[in-house]
Design a protein around this ligand. Sequence first.
Ligand code: NAD
Ligand code: UFG
Length: 339
Amino acid sequence: MKKILLAGGAGYIGSHTAVELINSGYDVIIADNYSNSCPEAVRRIEEITGKSVKAYELDIKDKTALETVFKENKIDAVIHFAGLKAVGESVAKPVLYYRNNIDTTLSLLECMEEFGVKNIIFSSSATVYGEENPVPYTEKMKRGTCTNPYGWTKVMMEQILEDAANADKELSVVLLRYFNPIGAHESGKIGEDPQGIPNNLMPYVAQVAVGRREKLTIFGNDYDTPDGTCRRDYIHVVDLAKGHVKAIDYILSHEGVEIFNLGTGTPYSVTEIVETFENVNDMKINHVYGDRRPGDLPESYANADKALEVLGWKTEKTLADMCRDTWNWQKNNPNGYKK
Ligand code: NAD
Ligand code: UFG
């Protein structure tokens, strides 16, 4: 059975990917410092899959600690989810973001070299298309200018991984550019559990729904879009997780560097998200319109053709599924993983 190391695997996307990999016959090992997650997420993965999961609590930046994982397990491929991801916090604490996100990547690459592991999939982001590329984004476009340090860490890590693969022809790299993951596993046992006030739209909506926040502020309704609010390519986290399984199948039999957009190709506006959430879950979401949020682009969505052509992957779930599954997770876990 092929062994996949999930760096940052206890987090939102990592936990859903762990479930899909296990269900597809892979053995997963999780390494996480629980800085934005908790061991309960690993327990829930075990509950959903009925399989026990080996998990190491460690900081990926700590190369000596990471070496233990590689020594104790014959790893076939790494998926690198471990990173800090709050855009606003990255503006306030850029050094923390550069240190954490870049160093985790370097530590993983050094251990992979030391132990002869030749496959790495990286959690990149649509943010690397920057401000100047037109939508829909295709993988052939050049990386653009980011509006925040978080985005720049993704640009830099993509470059580091490409350079490493150019230097070592046996090293295979897949860069997955996620669009806007939302939703939760249909069991309602795992989902997104942000610490503090949510930065992202869907967890904020869910916390208003469950009564933890009074109202949603929609950031700007004067954009040049059909209803004046920003449009994004929202993707169900389970579809995204299945994209990782396809990427693992691919990387185990191919060499070189490949980039894939993981999105649906269809944008929805903030207002459409709120309305769909209200309709699907039969409730009202208290909301007001406020100022634009600095750094937001009017539109961001994928051309998702390459992932279909090369990986045979496309999304299956609808926006209604995303809204229903988000609420199912939130209502069953009003305080996230905390009891
Ligand atoms: P998350 O915060 O839920 O998961 C990241 C995990 O990495 C957490 O469990 C955290 O504890 C762990 N981690 C962070 N630094 C670590 C370190 N130094 N050592 C060990 N573990 C560490 O975030 P997520 O939404 O699951 O995102 C996963 C990856 O996907 C991140 O790299 C993120 O930047 C990227 N991404 C996310 C989105 C999104 O909207 N969620 C969009 C594009 C890209
Ligand atoms: N929004 C609101 N109110 C809120 C939160 C968000 O109106 O309380 C709006 C934003 O202005 C934006 C849309 O909802 O128009 C989506 O915002 P998110 O913060 O959920 O998502 P972003 O598109 O800004 O960013 C996300 C990830 C980034 C990633 C980017 C591209 O958070 O990490 O997608 O992949 F880089």
